[in-house]
Design a protein around this ligand. Structure first.
Ligand code: OAA
Ligand code: MG
Length: 565
């Protein structure tokens, strides 16, 4: 363990009295000691008993348990976060499996939808289009001086819930909570950002409570200029910050990523994070099954930027396993609203065209519409893997699932859409319709399924396995950019840590309780690749490991001393 972290040097601060109690990064509440209470003018502001953080956690947990609804639990935890960040993370760390679904997917989806209704206090930066020419001033107003990770959204495609306008702030906050809880990034270095360009969600525009700009979304040139101004302002203020793009709508997500990924430390979590975790989970599934990835035929339902991002990552992985790219592409079938993406289909975006099937490939197929439907693809292509990223509940019908099972003894089925209520089929349905012969993973958490005397653990194939480790690795090695190879090493590290693939038992991915340890391994692998590519500091293995430990923040109170001013 790191010398630096164990040293527990006292922290000097000029805050005192109620201002200290109202600063969530510094507040310790009843844990301020007698000496600190005297030195910081706190005497009388707190109940007299001095408490340990463990005692505080017990009280919070008792209060937490008194709420029945997930959304009320979420509101309660967010209130603790806004009052005392150290306590919040200590509580979450101790009850990680129970609380992740509350601070993150699926409950964070409700929190985004109800953002203006449940709003309590300010967190992060709301950058409105109207402030676009004052961005330096706006960034200077941020309460954090040294920002290392920004999660930014414009709220246009929040999870599978569509345009949530300003409510998208909920997802930026949730993702950053995981950066800290699972990736050890100190909350002092994280900043959630919501770019408010308006909303096209009529319900929100008509809602008297709605707290965002009441106007249709700014689009095209104005929108792109705003993004450009934002990126440039971040570069001036925090040139080393990682920018994670989150929940942008398809027409913007890919162009923004392509415009900036070779210039700044950025990635799009829905395209690249989802792709990395899905490839990692798929590799683990293939290894447990004993059939390599390059021998699989993969059908996607949903050919948006997320689906196409995963498909491209699978193709890269198949090529890395030794098959030709054209062969790999021929094994991927993208099904969208109008059917299988096929040569000649009108209005395909660039990134979709690269994934269309050739007319020759489907020449012998038997189908009735203009393009093969999902069911046609199931019968004619006989896939072995089915991945859902459609955002549409119920798309994997019994007929679809039974059709894949017919052509494959042990299909791999990942209904990934989030949150839980948008899932293409529940794990219970998938297991039942395949008579229990299936490897299943979902994007949101689901309880284990009991079927014919057997318990099936449902693996959550969620970005949270990937992005905290990437962030930690990029920070530890000061990587300048985030390359595809770095993301691929994250997938491989994830797969290499699959309990099922390694031991034949347990989940496809490690339990969430092991996320912190896994994030460190991913950080190490990602940083190593960044160094090999000349994108990062040159460090030997020991020095890199040490920097990962040094950067890993733990929710422990530090001793405070008062600055003399
Ligand atoms: O937040 C999650 O659980 C995964 C994600 O990025 C999305 O669904 O947009
Ligand atoms: Mg997302």
């Amino acid at each position: 363990m790191s010398a630096i972290i164990n040293k527990k040097r006292p922290l000097y601060t000029g805050y005192a009295g109620s201002a200290l109690l109202e600063t969530p990064l510094l507040n310790k509440g009843s844990a301020f000691t007698a000496e600190e209470r005297a030195a910081f003018n706190l005497t009388g502001l707190l109940p007299p008993r001095y408490e340990t953080i463990e005692e505080q956690v017990s009280r919070c947990y008792q209060q937490y348990r008194s709420f029945d609804d997930a959304i009320n639990k979420h509101i309660y935890l967010r209130a603790i976060q806004d009052n005392n960040e150290t306590l919040f993370y200590r509580l979450v760390q101790q009850h990680l499996e129970e609380m992740l679904p509350i601070i993150y997917t699926p409950t964070v989806g409700d929190a985004c939808e109800q953002f203006s209704d449940i709003y309590r206090s300010a967190r992060g930066l709301f950058i409105s289009y109207q402030d676009r020419y004052n961005l330096d001033d706006v960034l200077r107003n941020a309460t954090k001086a040294k920002v290392k990770v920004i999660v930014v959204t414009d709220g246009e495609r929040v999870l599978g819930l569509g345009d949530q306008g300003i409510g998208g702030m909920g997802i930026s906050i949730g993702k950053l909570s995981l950066y800290t809880a699972c990736g050890g990034i100190s909350p002092a270095y994280t900043l959630p950002v919501m770019l408010d360009v308006g909303t096209n969600n009529k319900k929100l525009l008509d809602d008297p409570m709605y707290m965002g700009l009441r106007q249709p979304r700014v689009a095209q040139d104005e929108y792109n200029e705003f993004i450009e101004l934002f990126i440039a302002a971040v570069q001036r203020r925090w040139p080393e910050a990682i920018i994670q793009f989150e929940d942008f709508a398809q027409p913007n997500a890919m162009p923004i990523l392509q415009r900036y990924r070779d210039q700044v430390r950025c990635f799009n979590d829905d395209i690249q994070g989802t792709a990395a975790v899905t490839v990692g989970t798929l590799l683990a599934a293939c290894r447990s099954k004993g059939v390599p990835l390059h021998q699989q035929k993969v059908v996607f339902v949903g050919a948006g930027s997320a689906g196409c991002g995963i498909a491209e990552a699978i193709i890269s992985q198949m090529v890395a396993e030794g098959i030709a790219e054209s062969q790999a592409r021929s094994q991927i079938y993208m099904v969208d609203r109008f059917g299988l993406l096929t040569e000649g289909m009108p209005d395909l975006r660039d990134f979709q065209q690269a994934l269309q099937q050739s007319a020759a490939a489907i020449a012998g197929w038997n189908f009735s519409g203009d393009y093969p439907s999902l069911l046609d693809v199931m019968y004619c292509a006989q896939p072995t893997v089915l991945i859902g990223v459609s955002g549409q509940a119920g798309l994997f019908t019994e007929q679809i699932i039974r059709a894949i099972k017919k052509g494959c003894e042990l299909p791999i089925i990942f209904p990934l859409s989030n949150p839980s209520r948008q899932v293409e089929a529940t794990p219970e349905q998938v297991i039942e319709w395949t008579d229990g012969q299936v490897i299943v993973a979902t994007g949101s958490p689901f309880k284990p399924v009991h079927y014919q005397g057997r318990d099936y653990l449902i693996t959550q194939c969620n970005n949270s396995y990937i992005f905290p480790g990437i962030g930690l690795g990029v920070i530890a090695a000061k990587a300048r950019l985030i390359s595809d190879e770095m993301l691929r090493s994250a997938s491989e590290t994830l797969a290499a840590n699959s309990p099922l693939a390694n031991t034949g038992k347990g989940g496809l991915l490690p339990p969430f309780t092991e996320l912190a340890a896994l994030s460190k391994k991913i950080a190490f692998a990602v940083a190593r690749v960044a160094m090999q590519q000349g994108l990062a500091l040159e460090l030997d293995d020991n020095a890199l490991q040490q920097r990962i430990e040094d950067n890993f923040w733990r929710p422990e109170y530090r001793q405070y001393r008062r600055t003399s001013n």
